[in-house]
Ligand binder design. Structure first.
Ligand code: FE2
Length: 260
């Protein structure tokens, strides 16, 4: 059954890995060019415009001010609020200077009709893995309590469930068991979305959807024990959230973008 009229429409973009220089490449991909191609593709989709864009970390690759400024400059003209959280490659201080004003918000929450979105930082300075720790877990508990009665989507960078890829699962969310313990005690959580893994997945754990989203640049090979790239093109994820708590979601792969 195709549903109509979602309560909230979102676009998730993740792992843009921009650099100070517009023509910089990472793993054979000019990340700024693929990011722009993703945004152009999104604006041609019938689901556009969305109520918000969720950027789930690794916004820049080189912790550069210029990378964040380019990210903001590309998104600002779209006229859509942008919510972001840091990934392991990010600099939260620079993000708070560049991505936390006007239509841009760093972390925090978004409430829209019957839905609330909780942006949860898993950033650990100097680490590729992610973590929450007591303070962020307490913040999550408080946010979920504050949004009691709402359907909740939690957005984070690191994956809280194994992807079945040994190297990637070594840099996952360290205190995932503590995270799920909090999620399990709040009835309203409908979904958890993440970036970091550069691949699409969609499964259910205790009635909560867990969804990962491809990068806007290069993808990782699913199921690989060691680091390996996938041939899949740049991607993004559409999310349509309904009054009854249902989540419709679809990946859009953007083909035909020159790799370099
Ligand atoms: Fe990451």
């Amino acid at each position: 059954m195709t549903r109509k009229n979602p309560a909230l429409k979102l676009l998730q973009i993740s792992d843009t890995h921009l650099h100070a220089a517009a023509d910089s490449r990472m793993r054979g991909v000019t990340t700024y060019a693929t990011f722009l191609a993703v945004l152009e593709h999104a604006q041609r989709d019938p689901r556009w415009p969305v109520d918000a864009i969720l950027a789930t970390g690794d916004i820049v690759q080189d912790e550069s001010r210029a990378g964040y400024e380019r990210f903001r400059a590309a998104l600002e003209p779209l006229g859509v609020p942008v919510y972001s959280i840091p990934g392991n490659h990010d600099d939260p201080k620079l993000m708070s200077e560049i991505l936390a004003s006007g239509s841009f918000q760093l972390g925090g929450e978004l409430r829209h009709g019957p839905w609330s979105i909780v942006m949860l930082s898993t950033f650990l300075a100097g680490e590729d893995a992610g973590g929450l720790g007591p303070a962020r877990l307490q913040g999550l508990r408080q946010a979920l309590a504050a949004h009691a009665g709402q359907h909740v989507l939690v957005a984070m960078h690191h994956h809280p469930l194994p992807m079945g890829s040994a190297w990637l699962d070594g840099v996952a969310l360290r205190d995932a068991a503590d995270f799920w313990r909090v999620i399990d005690t709040h009835r309203g959580v409908r979904g958890v979305i993440c970036g970091h893994v550069h691949q699409a997945s969609d499964r259910t754990r205790n009635d909560v959807r867990f969804i990962s989203t491809p990068s806007t640049c290069a993808q990782f090979l699913p199921g690989s024990e060691f680091f390996a790239l996938d041939e899949r093109p740049p991607g993004m994820r559409w999310l349509e959230l309904y009054d009854d708590g249902h989540i419709d979601t679809e990946i859009a792969w953007v083909t035909g973008v020159p790799r370099a």
